[in-house]
Design a protein around this ligand. Sequence first.
Ligand SMILES: NC(=O)c1ccc[n+]([C@@H]2O[C@H](COP(=O)([O-])OP(=O)(O)OC[C@H]3O[C@@H](n4cnc5c(N)ncnc54)[C@H](OP(=O)(O)O)[C@@H]3O)[C@@H](O)[C@H]2O)c1
Length: 306
Amino acid sequence: MRLLFCCTDTNPEPWLAGIRQALPQATVELWESGAAPADLAVVWAPPQVFFDEQPGLRAVFNIGAGVDALLARRIAPSTLIVRLDDAGMAVQMAEYVCHAVIRHFREFDVYEAETKAGRWAFRKPRRREEFVVGVLGLGVLGTRVAQALRGFEFPVQGWSRGPKLIDGITTLDGAEGLHAMLAQCRVLVNLLPLTDDTRDILNRDTLSRLPPGAYLINVARGAHLVDEDLLALLDSGRLAGATLDVFRKEPLPDEHAFWRHPRITLTPHTSARTMRDESIAQIATKITALHRGEPIVGVVNRLRGY
Ligand SMILES: NC(=O)c1ccc[n+]([C@@H]2O[C@H](COP(=O)([O-])OP(=O)(O)OC[C@H]3O[C@@H](n4cnc5c(N)ncnc54)[C@H](OP(=O)(O)O)[C@@H]3O)[C@@H](O)[C@H]2O)c1
């Protein structure tokens, strides 16, 4: 078994050492142009030439959950594309989103400003039972986030492509389901994959369906959000604020209005980082299963785009 590692912006050495240890029977090499044909690959943002030179790959393992950038490459139809599922990301995403929701719900941002100004002042508590949090996308990450929010007793609604049953969560699907959910959410959390169907889904129309004063958390992909529409809705006071972890262009350009907006909190695409050891363990388990002819989870459906 021959495996190539082709990950841009990633220090390869610890990955190569970890994969070699987890798969001692495999020959594991760092890809360089002209490399001999391989059966398997571990990739992150590989160049097109990688796939052009390796048309015989049985499977490629993406070291992230989102495959939108990978699907923009021309990849042989016979190659399985496998994403990470969870591998240590779901708990981080739950932490990040719960932090952002609670910071807004409890107005900790306001308290921080007040106490910094030397003021001892209380705010009227908000009613949790009226504070519906909506989660777009009920996959590996969205489900974990929805359940974590339920742990704080927020009423949680979730939207997915097909119908779902999740204990304690009101689930909806389809366009009507989306509109019904948006009409109720005080906070909207986006955890959809980026596909042709979901690009620009956070726009003036959808965001205007939220109740006045609602709050947006985008932790999925920057191209889900129409930046100007969010800015207009924040500046008119229609939306209260936003926490954004992902952007159309990353790093976010210096001149972008999001940097300086008083009601936007931003982080540099860090809500759920790839955990090396967990990822290698998951990929090695899947490779062993494939080798035995067993089914694996996390195979990307190219037609759906996720
Ligand atoms: N910011 C970060 O650090 C970070 C880290 C990791 C991942 N992400 C992003 O998070 C995304 C979600 O990850 P995941 O692992 O939870 O993905 P996933 O398991 O594939 O789940 C995707 C969910 O979105 C739903 N969905 C897809 N297309 C839809 C549509 N057109 N309408 C309604 N629902 C739709 C799916 O519905 P069904 O259940 O019906 O299929 C599913 O519930 C990734 O694609 C990635 O972009 C961001």
